[in-house]
Design a protein around this ligand. Structure first.
Ligand code: GDP
Length: 295
């Protein structure tokens, strides 16, 4: 579907054969290809420009290693810089606190409820935790039902209160419930809207203030491309979240949103969603994402 960056560089470096160093002229040509590849991968325009400027500085004058051809060396420089910008290493969630309280944020449809289930499943099966899921979407009874179905499927309890219209008091009551019932992690799934609005932001900020979570995660659909960056910025300005969950990477996006979001909000991407099933969850590895963006 996309021509990979390596293939593009192969073309633009054909003329270069035999040269020992990367020169400014070679780099300028090549970086056009790099920028195009980043834009194809949905990386924000300004970020792609800054990125290629950085790579240019790093690349000019580098000796082409005897083992690498110029195009391979450029791919390596670009790859390493991408991975570095996305954090270099993976970052785990913070499981301190008793109970640990994790607050989910994000737009409706981003995959918050699905990820809440996946995370509960991971903590239960891989980390020997005893999580409690909390349904705080008081506007959509279907969302509460969806979480209950997931909880039942996973054997994880779900706290909800269909009578209450106050998500803050539901979250507070859920934490009390967790303490009483020995749940060591509380995962609070909140209401999202189709676009960022003041009422949603006020509500989630009020939940944050009341329950003081160890971890606020921002869930975002990788298929939303450039919009993902603006949404991330608005949520981060308001919530100062701790990490990002990039969902729907099983789709055909190259995943450039990962680079853009990281550059704009400077928060680590912690997990990626790779399907609708409860085990379709991976730790985020910057190196792998760099490979994916480059193709
Ligand atoms: P919420 O409104 O943020 O709670 O979003 P949901 O968890 O209800 O997810 C919205 C839709 O996206 C559902 O149909 C999910 O099955 C689907 N979904 C969530 N995560 C993924 C993912 O990683 N891959 C795919 N293909 N679908 C996902």
């Amino acid at each position: 579907m996309f021509e990979s960056l390596s293939e593009r560089l192969e073309r633009s470096f054909k003329i270069l054969k035999g040269e020992g160093k990367i020169s400014e002229i070679n780099v300028a040509e090549t970086l056009k290809d790099v920028r195009k590849a980043l834009l194809d991968a949905d990386v924000n325009f300004k970020i792609a420009k800054t990125f290629t400027d950085t790579v240019k500085e790093k690349a000019i004058g580098q000796n082409v290693l005897t083992s690498l051809k110029p195009n391979q060396l450029m791919v390596k420089i670009v790859h390493d810089e991408l991975a570095q910008l996305m954090g270099g290493a993976s970052v785990d969630i913070n499981l301190k606190g008793s109970p640990t309280v994790i607050l989910m944020s994000g737009l409706q449809g981003s995959g918050k409820t699905t990820f809440s289930g996946k995370l509960a499943n991971l903590l239960k099966t891989k980390r020997s935790k005893n999580p409690l899921l909390v349904a705080c979407d008081v506007y959509r009874p279907a969302a509460i039902e969806q979480l209950k179905v997931l909880g039942e499927q996973l054997g994880v309890p779900v706290y909800s209160d269909l009578e209450s219209k106050n998500p803050v008091s539901i979250a507070e009551a859920a934490i009390k419930h967790a303490k009483l019932h020995g749940n060591d992690v509380v995962i609070v799934d909140t209401a999202g809207r189709l676009a960022v609005d003041e009422a949603m932001m006020n509500e989630i900020a009020a939940i944050k203030k009341a329950i003081n979570p160890q971890e606020i995660l921002f869930v975002v659909d990788s298929m939303t491309g450039q919009d993902a960056v603006n949404t991330a910025k608005e949520f981060n300005d308001r919530l100062d979240f701790d990490g990002v969950i990039l969902t729907k990477l099983d789709g055909d996006t190259r995943g450039g949103a990962a680079l853009s979001i990281r550059s704009v909000v400077n928060k680590p991407i912690k997990f990626v969603g790779t399907g609708e099933k409860m085990d379709a969850l991976d730790v985020f590895y910057p190196e792998r994402m760099a490979d994916r963006i480059l193709g």
